[in-house]
Design a protein around this ligand. Structure first.
Ligand code: HXC
Length: 517
């Protein structure tokens, strides 16, 4: 009996010691840097009393260079299962207090086991990154560990949602694991993401830049579009993660959670009838339209500071998750360029993989003209949108608010790309190009021959607008299901979504399509 008690006491002491990670001093240092510990982060994420830790007693082999006798509690990563809002998830949270959260063989194995569990159980995987990267002493074993994580990131892709939280350094090849996941939430000031740090850049290219300017949230959200959400601190990162998961199914075999009560809440919104300015060049805020149509104006925008001429994000309609895509007339007139094409395509593919219907709000003057855009491959990038929308088999509904010009009209999920429902507001203009450009080409001879060229141009513009730049031509060809008053947009979308609830669309079997990357 005493022996058993001794063993139990020893176990308790051992666990208490290991739970302290790198010890009090390093925990203090972590807090002083504005960071929570790996376990504190897990506690913020998971429902109380649901956390089940695995591999606390994990140990490195002790055979690597300089590692003999070195104790690394939990091998620098906390791996747990638990629930968020009652739904199962698996989490790996790197412990910077233990050898800087560096990734050794066992550390990587723990992460991989969580990922395998996610895959088998159809539960989201969350990876909290706070690490000095590959554990230098473990050399090739560490690199191999990263390789195994990358491999699993790809296996899990499209099966369960994968979310990365960047709550500390995440540099070098290590940054590729978050890059392979679906969403990256990055914490301001403490999070850093880059492939090569400032000192190497200085050596190689001579460029001078601080770590924050290179790999801080501003750079990695606004310039590169690598980051999807910016968090003020660790607590905020956990909140964003939970909110995001509330919109998503746990895996690709499930539908997203339905918060509806079975009733459609349909209200007219007269303010929408006034939202489009009389002057076609005047912008308006597409976010306002989105907020007015969705449930409670609750919109979780993704990558809000990247390619802001396009808007993507999650919302609910009558309690059901929808993926929202829109042009933003307030930024570059809502034109589609390289970055906005990438942003939309990726989002559309995520929604399709996880059974989330797509609602697209269209006001697009076209694809961005320009040498930089052409040299940068606007053809290749714009084609991703055509590919992503055409390949998507989830319910697809488009609302044409104003401009829908040229290839961009199609790229914003026109009827011919398999869109299930298309409606237009009476202000909709579906045409090959804007009236000014069109008459300059089609009526050039007549305008040149006219005495008053300006008056003639104006006359042709009006004629063109009446004949082509309206929604009635498209409606006559069945490319638009209905022309509706803006105030009835929520009604249109609600009924259309309801009718598409059982949509099934089969495609020819293939290994995978070849999206132009
Ligand atoms: C082993 C490491 C480590 C690493 C940090 N530590 N990084 N140990 N391997 N990669 C240890 C430190 O020795 C220290 O141990 C503790 O972690 C805390 O580190 P500090 O330097 O004291 O912390 P700080 O000043 O906050 O600086 C953090 C840091 C810095 C910026 C991350 O440690 C750093 O630059 N580390 C090396 C980063 C790096 O080059 N990693 C390899 C990247 S390449 P003690 O015992 O003193 O507390 C890579 C390839 C992946 O990751 C390939 C995938 C294909």
């Amino acid at each position: 009996m005493d022996k058993t008690n001794d063993k139990i006491r020893r176990l308790r002491e051992e666990k208490a010691r290991l739970w302290k990670g790198g010890g009090e001093k390093r925990i203090e240092k972590q807090h002083a840097a504005g960071k929570l510990t790996a376990r504190e982060r897990v506690a913020l994420l998971l429902d109380p009393e649901t956390t089940q830790e695995m591999f606390l007693f994990s140990k490195h082999r002790g055979t690597a260079f300089g590692m003999a006798g070195k104790e690394l509690p939990g091998d620098g990563v906390v791996t747990v299962g638990g629930t968020i809002d009652g739904r199962q998830v698996f989490v790996a949270s790197q412990d910077f207090t233990v050898s800087g959260g560096s990734v050794g063989e066992m550390h990587a194995d723990k992460i991989c086991q969580m990922m395998d569990m996610s895959l088998k159980c159809g539960a989201p995987f969350i990876f909290v990154n706070d690490s000095g990267g590959a554990r230098i002493q473990e050399g090739i074993d560490s690199l191999s560990g990263y390789g195994k994580i990358f491999y699993r990131n790809v296996l899990l892709s499209g099966v369960v949602p994968q979310i990365s939280i960047i709550a500390g350094p995440c540099a070098g090849g290590a940054a590729y694991s978050p890059a392979l996941t679906d969403f990256i939430i990055m914490v301001k000031n403490t999070g850093k993401l880059f492939i090569t740090g400032p000192s190497v850049i200085k050596q190689v290219t001579g460029e001078d830049i601080s770590a924050e300017e290179l790999g801080g949230v501003y750079a990695q959200m606004t310039y590169s579009g690598v980051v999807h959400f910016v968090a003020e601190n660790d607590e905020h990162a956990a909140q964003i993660c939970k909110k995001l998961l509330s919109f998503l199914p746990s895996n690709n075999m499930e539908d997203p959670p339905d918060f509806g009560d079975g009733e459609l809440t349909i209200v007219e919104d007269l303010a929408l009838n006034q939202i489009i300015p009389d002057n076609p060049r005047e912008p308006y805020d597409m976010r306002e339209v989105i907020r007015r149509v969705i449930d409670n104006g609750d919109f979780l925008e993704v990558q809000d500071h990247f390619a802001a001429n396009a808007i993507v994000g999650f919302a609910r309609l009558n309690g059901r998750t929808v993926g929202i895509v829109g042009n933003q007339p307030m930024v570059k007139a809502g034109v589609l360029d390289i970055d906005s094409s990438d942003k939309i395509s990726r989002f559309v593919r995520f929604c399709n993989a996880f059974n989330i219907p797509l609602v697209t709000f269209v006001d697009v003057p076209g694809f961005m003209p320009g040498i930089q855009q052409e040299y940068g491959g606007i053809i290749r990038h714009g084609a991703k949108m055509l590919f992503a929308y055409s390949a998507a088999t989830v319910p697809k509904i488009s609302v044409i608010l104003r401009k829908a010009y040229g290839g961009a009209y199609l790229a914003m999920c026109g009827k011919d790309l398999g869109c299930d429902r298309v409606c237009a507001w009476p202000t909709g203009e579906i045409a090959v190009m804007g009236a000014e450009g069109a008459v300059g080409i089609v009526y050039r001879k007549e305008i040149n021959a006219a005495e008053d060229k300006q008056a003639a141009t104006q006359e042709f513009i009006e004629k063109y607008k009446t004949e082509f730049a309206n929604p009635y031509v498209g409606a006559a060809r069945n490319l638009i299901d209905d022309i509706i008053e803006p105030k009835d947009t929520r009604r249109y979308l609600s009924l259309a979504l309801e009718s598409l609830r059982t949509k099934r669309e089969l495609r020819p079997h293939k290994k995978h399509g070849l999206i132009p990357l």
